[in-house]
Design a protein. Structure first.
Length: 279
């Protein structure tokens, strides 16, 4: 684990140099592509009917093309940078999404943050740490450690407060607290202000219905939902199982809980599922 963490930060140590290199290469490539259609970009001499004629080049005649190349170049350069960082995190995310190992996922991110905070940041190393901390808070929430998540946000958060990442983790935390407290009105109000990322998520919507006592509506929503990643499927089955038990369909509920027990690994909902089956 330690070696993997060091490798992620080391890779971004020269991130600015790599970004400048990528930007220059992309810019040169864009100029070449435009030149295929528009000809020589710079002022030059051409022979027309035995006469030497000075041509201005498309950089002079169509400068707007140059600016388009600049904009496209910068977007592409930033995209490549973000893609590289997120690609490293996707390997870590698989611990949760594929293996459903919430404990190892949380531990990995915690070590990633500790190591990051010990560095004198170079390149885009701080960007790695900032992405890690938002994922770490979510990991704590998934593990049911709401107080620890709240304390981290209040006392240790290094990212921009009121920024997009901060708002999302705060919303996630608030929804989890309201659900734990069985505060139907509070959960519904938070979800209404949360934005489309949360409102379009059937798992959050199902919890909203469940808190309102609309279990049959939640069942219909969850039955029609399809989740490709194991973590979300386990979560869906657990919520569906709870709803089945509530509406008296214990056999279907038991099947859902057995699935959660078999695939939940270290997820907190696995412990809850075991309580249903052993009752």
């Amino acid at each position: 684990m330690e070696e993997q963490i060091k490798k992620i930060y080391e890779k971004q140590k020269n991130g600015r140099i790599r970004m400048i290199r990528n930007v220059l290469l992309i810019y040169a490539a864009l100029i070449c592509v435009v030149s295929i259609f528009k000809g020589n970009p710079f002022p030059h001499q051409e022979t027309v009917l035995f006469f030497d004629v000075k041509q201005p080049g498309w950089v002079t005649t169509d400068p707007w093309l140059l600016w388009i190349c600049v904009v496209v170049d910068l977007i592409a350069g930033i995209f490549i940078l973000i893609r590289d960082i997120l690609r490293d995190f996707s390997k870590i995310d698989r611990i949760l999404s594929q293996q459903c190992d919430a404990e190892k996922y949380s531990e990995m991110l915690e070590e990633l943050i500790k190591y990051g905070k010990s560095l004198d940041y170079h390149g885009f190393q701080k960007s790695v740490m900032l992405i890690a901390e938002s994922k770490y808070v979510v990991a704590l929430i998934i593990n049911g450690q709401l107080q620890k998540a709240e304390e981290y946000i209040k006392n240790e958060w290094e990212g921009k407060r009121e920024g997009r990442s901060w708002q999302q983790v705060m919303t996630n935390l608030e929804l989890s607290k309201k659900y734990q407290e069985k505060d139907a009105a509070g959960y519904s109000a938070t979800l209404e202000k949360a934005g489309k990322v949360f409102q379009k998520n059937p798992l959050f919507m199902a919890k909203n219905l469940m808190l309102k006592g609309e279990d049959e509506a939640a069942v219909r929503l969850l039955e029609n939902d399809t989740e490709k990643l194991p973590y979300y499927e386990v979560t869906r089955r657990f919520l569906l199982g709870v709803c089945y038990y509530r509406i008296g369909k214990e056999e279907q509920g038991k099947e859902c809980m057995e699935y959660v027990i078999g695939h939940g690994n270290t997820l907190k909902c696995k412990e809850e599922a075991e309580k249903y089956v052993t009752v």
